[in-house]
Write a protein that binds this ligand. Structure first.
Ligand code: Z5A
Length: 210
């Protein structure tokens, strides 16, 4: 049995990750591909409990190092319990955020040392990296305006605008260094155009698979 493909969705809040993950899931299902949808932090019982802590706006004393370690605790469980078994069984895994988010939020946003993040990533991932990452890029004002229409801000969404500017810059830097894996899409375009670009990236992945 062929290993499935691993696709991650990245971007600041409100960029359209969740909307477009659902779009890709439907697109692949229509092509007869079995898909598992998941998210980080989360995707397992442990990961969802960690997510609740990370997003809890009352956890306002959390230090950046604790934040990073929590994210990687959830990720390690997720990889072992969900992602690797699904890929090995031939399913395609669509993940709402993965390790690029740690470089962008904890590295660029919280200014933590990237070599420490890389060490944790090596340990947790044991060589697992996404086959494709769709980075939805949007200016922070626009992304946050979209996200804030929905619900009360969580611990991350309560950050100042310049935090998201740093996170966005961090993502763009990652895309510059991994152009083969990361496809950067202008998420300010109408959804239909965003999805046209996404479809092209997925088609390239499908054609490599044949
Ligand atoms: N985090 C971290 O710090 N480190 C890590 O390693 C990881 C995560 C893995 C939870 O993430 C938090 O975890 C996150 C970083 C941290 N920060 N926060 N908050 P999350 O992904 O679950 O939360 P989120 O980023 O807040 O998700 P979101 O706000 O749901 O954003 P989204 O999924 O990108 O957007 P959406 O729900 O698909 O779309 C938002 C709205 O915009 C919705 O009404 C859409 O209909 C609309 N939309 C989408 N695309 C368009 C276009 N093109 N035009 C117009 N309107 C659009």
């Amino acid at each position: 049995m062929n290993r499935g493909k691993f696709i991650s969705f990245e971007g600041i809040e409100g960029a359209g990750k969740t909307t477009n993950l659902t779009y890709v899931a439907d697109y692949l299902a229509n092509h007869g591909i079995s898909v598992r949808q998941t998210r980080e932090p989360g995707g397992t019982r442990l990961g969802e409990a960690v997510r609740d802590i990370l997003l809890d706006a009352t956890q306002d004393q959390m230090v950046p190092e604790a934040e990073l370690l929590l994210v990687f605790a959830a990720r390690t469980q997720h990889i072992r319990q969900v992602i690797r078994p699904a890929l090995a069984a031939g399913h395609w895994v669509l993940c709402d955020r993965f390790t690029d988010a740690s470089y962008a939020y904890q590295g660029a946003g919280r200014d933590l040392d990237k070599t420490r993040i890389a060490w944790l990533a090596d340990w947790a991932q044991q060589g697992l990296i996404p086959d494709l990452t769709l980075l939805l890029d949007i200016p922070e004002e626009q992304g946050l305006a979209r996200a804030r229409q929905r619900s009360a801000p969580d611990r991350f969404e309560s950050e100042r605008l310049d935090f998201f500017a740093q996170v966005r810059a961090g993502y763009l830097q990652l895309a510059k260094h991994a152009p083969g894996r990361i496809t950067c899409i202008d998420a300010t375009q109408p959804l239909s155009q965003v999805q046209q670009h996404i479809q092209q990236a997925i088609q390239r992945l499908l054609s490599h698979d044949n």
